[in-house]
Ligand binder design. Structure first.
Ligand code: HEM
Length: 143
């Protein structure tokens, strides 16, 4: 297997974990916010898992971008929607999404009330998740 194939498979497989852990963190934050629960260690851990799993995916993605024939190699081919997605939209939007998730994580640490912590996770993590879902190459992934 070539470096490309290994990284492509890692990025493709890890995507399930990143999305699942991010979704769990979002759902947990929404529930915590609505039920006015106390923010506990469990909630912190779920937020941390969401952060770590998406960051590892970011690392795979950054490497993949330079070794894939669908990444940097075809950047600039704006007329082809599939190439524009994998070489520009997916990488750019996902970096922004992961930056938002990271900001949410940092912000929650400085807040003191449970309500504010859950609210911050709800906003930043949900926004990150929506952005990521909006730019997944679904056809490639699920085929
Ligand atoms: C949480 C963030 C991310 C998720 C969930 C994600 C998920 C995916 C998925 C599901 C695919 C399709 C894989 C397949 O066809 O089997 C893909 C492809 C790709 N991703 Fe990501 N990705 C993320 C972030 C990034 C970032 C930040 C970059 C680059 C900086 C990137 C670069 C790429 C490239 C270049 C491809 C096309 C690879 C190829 O098939 O040759 N990804 N990504």
């Amino acid at each position: 297997m070539s470096t490309y194939e290994i990284i492509q498979k890692a990025h493709s497989g890890w995507a399930y974990l990143a999305l699942i852990f991010l979704a769990i963190a979002v759902i947990n934050a929404v529930i915590g916010l609505n039920s006015k629960s106390e923010f506990t260690k469990k909630d912190r851990m779920l937020g941390l898992f969401g952060l770590i799993f998406t960051h590892i995916q970011l690392l795979f993605g950054l490497i993949l971008y330079f070794v894939s024939p669908l990444g940097k190699a075809v950047l600039g081919q704006m007329k082809d929607p599939a190439l524009r997605l994998t070489s520009l939209e997916h990488p750019l939007i996902n970096i922004i999404a992961i930056a938002l998730i990271t900001i949410g994580w940092s912000k929650h640490k400085k807040l003191t009330t449970s309500h504010a912590k859950f609210k911050t996770f709800t906003i930043f993590y949900a926004l990150g998740l929506i952005l990521i879902l909006s730019r997944i190459p679904w056809k490639m992934w699920l085929n």
